[in-house]
Design a protein around this ligand. Structure first.
Ligand code: RB5
Length: 149
């Protein structure tokens, strides 16, 4: 399993704890930046991680900005990406089970590093539920097919 990660200056506080969780699991990390707390633009990192997942360079992606919102909006502009903003273990679990999200997004000004690591664990450990959820996710893909070039 390969996971691409990306963040801006608002999300970098979560990076170390998330890397520790991924390293513990022996997951290969593709780090798309940023690498320090200098102010940067979150769309650049959302796009880089989303493209890594969409192209197959990575199996999944993890994003972090101040709220998790802006970087998720950017990622969701890439065809094939289902990125959900999560705030706790429940939403991270549902993001996998109901939405089959291939990118998880969190806010460094919203959740603690310890909680972010627990959310990553829940998201990775939860399989997609399939069934009625598969039909709904297929409808999302149909919207995408209609509206993306
Ligand atoms: C940066 O200050 C902040 O706007 C960004 O990290 C994020 O919260 C945007 O959605």
């Amino acid at each position: 399993m390969k996971i691409a990660i990306g963040c801006d200056h608002g999300g970098i506080v979560l990076k170390e704890a998330i890397l520790a969780e991924l390293n513990k699991r022996g997951i290969e990390v593709i780090d798309k930046g940023c690498y320090d707390s200098s102010s940067v633009d979150y769309p650049d990192y959302g796009e880089a991680v989303a493209e890594a997942v969409a192209s197959g360079e990575a199996d999944k992606g993890i994003l972090m900005c101040g709220t998790g919102i802006g970087i998720a909006i950017a990622a969701n502009k890439v065809k094939g990406i289902r990125c959900g903003v999560c705030h706790d273990v429940f939403t991270a679990t549902m993001c996998a089970e109901h939405n089959n999200a291939n990118v998880l997004s969190m806010g460094g000004r919203v959740v603690s590093p310890a909680l972010a690591a627990q959310m990553v664990a829940a998201w990775l450990d939860t399989p997609f539920g399939g069934g009625r959820h598969a039909g709904r996710v297929a409808k999302i893909t149909a919207i995408e097919d209609k509206n993306f070039k």
